[in-house]
Design a protein around this ligand. Structure first.
Ligand code: IPM
Ligand code: MG
Length: 358
């Protein structure tokens, strides 16, 4: 199979983790006789430095004809004080919007090998964590109009708008239900319907969509309760579907309780355009360039890409199994290190996965 992939390494540890992910990708392609056609683009702070904007048109163009986009991470202190319309994060928001990648799938899995790294009490961790946050990604308060800052009665005010159309809720809800069917057939929709009009519509539409999925169990939680339930008993969740802002917050929480933030991949998809795959973690500027980063989330993002975009289940499984074997043999990067394990750097971790694959 020919796989056309655009690689956007971005900032901070983005370059190092992407190097390792590409190593793994080319080994898998070789082994299973696939052909890779890679292109590259600038995004985030790196693009600001070289092109003056966080998402250059050139980058959008190179992503246009490909099957999938593989992204590292964007942002860093260097661009913290830059004018807000060209902050590095705008690159990420821009590409999501440009390709209408409205459904963001963020799995949070507890690797048994890493359960000592979890922040939760052992009796909670014992029950396991295997959930998927489906976050709406191209609407809600992130993009709602009106927004801005102005002076009213001599005082500065600033505002954003949390807005959803029924179509926007419906399409992401469908993805959540479809995905739940391939898992444990449970969807929990998270909103703030006790206060917000936008959440009342969200809930109504989710209930409508649910009629087409009688085999999937649907529950609803208010977002404050959901945040609490995630630490109290994460094993109760299968698929969580929620709006852009709530999903941003809950997916970080879900990821960190597993103790393996550096392990978790994600996918952002629309209906037709190339999907985008990236690790959940950020650009970690404090450890960038020191060969300390954990490349496994990006390597596992490659697996997610092979499975979802290319339907190459064996190849994806081979990567996931290789990662598990490396962990089982006791190798750890700093972020997931625990006593008695062997600490390795980013390059070596990538090499270990490659060795397991070949
Ligand atoms: C994420 C990040 C982004 C977001 C930032 C970097 C714009 O936090 O992908 O969760 O808020 O969506
Ligand atoms: Mg976030």
């Amino acid at each position: 199979m020919l796989m056309k992939i655009c690689v956007l390494a971005g900032d901070g540890i983005g370059t190092e983790i992407m190097e390792q992910a590409q190593k793994v990708l080319s080994v898998v392609a070789d082994k299973y006789n696939h052909e890779l056609e890679l292109s590259y683009g600038a995004i985030g702070g790196h693009a600001i430095d070289t092109e003056g904007v966080p998402l250059p048109q050139k980058t959008v163009d190179s992503c246009r004809g490909v099957d999938a986009i593989l992204l590292g991470a964007v942002g860093g202190p260097k661009w913290d004080n830059i004018e807000k319309s060209i902050r590095p994060e705008r690159g990420l928001l821009g590409i999501r919007k440009e390709f209408d990648l409205f459904a963001n799938l963020r799995p949070a899995i507890l690797y048994p090998e890493l359960k000592n790294a979890s922040l939760l009490r052992p009796d909670i961790v014992e029950k396991g964590i295997d959930l998927l946050v489906v976050r709406e990604l191209t609407s809600g308060i992130y993009f709602g109009e009106p927004k801005g800052e102005e002076v009213r009665n001599g005082k500065r005010v600033a505002f954003n708008t949390m807005i959803y159309s029924e179509d926007e809720v419906r399409r992401v809800a469908k993805i959540a239900f479809d995905t739940a069917r391939k898992r444990r057939s449970k969807v929990c929709s998270v909103d703030k319907a006790n206060v917000l009009d936008v959440s009342q519509l969200w809930r109504e539409v989710v209930l409508e969509v649910a009629k087409d999925y009688p085999d999937v169990e649907l529950t609803h939680l208010y977002v404050d309760n959901a945040a609490m339930q995630l630490v109290r008993d994460p094993s109760q969740f299968d698929v969580i579907v929620t709006s852009n802002l709530f999903g941003d917050i809950l997916s970080d929480e879900a990821a960190v309780i597993t103790g393996s933030l550096g392990m978790l991949p994600s996918a952002s998809m629309g209906l037709e355009n190339p999907a985008l795959y990236e690790p959940i973690h950020g650009s970690a500027p404090d450890i960038a360039g020191k060969d300390l980063a954990n490349p496994l989330a990006t390597i596992l993002s490659v697996a997610m890409m092979l499975r979802h975009t290319f339907a190459l289940n064996d190849e994806a499984q081979a990567i996931e199994d290789a990662v598990k074997r490396v962990l089982a043999k006791g190798f750890r990067t700093g972020d997931i290190m625990s006593p008695g394990m062997e600490q390795v750097g980013c390059t070596e971790m990538g090499g270990l996965v490659v060795r397991e694959l070949s």
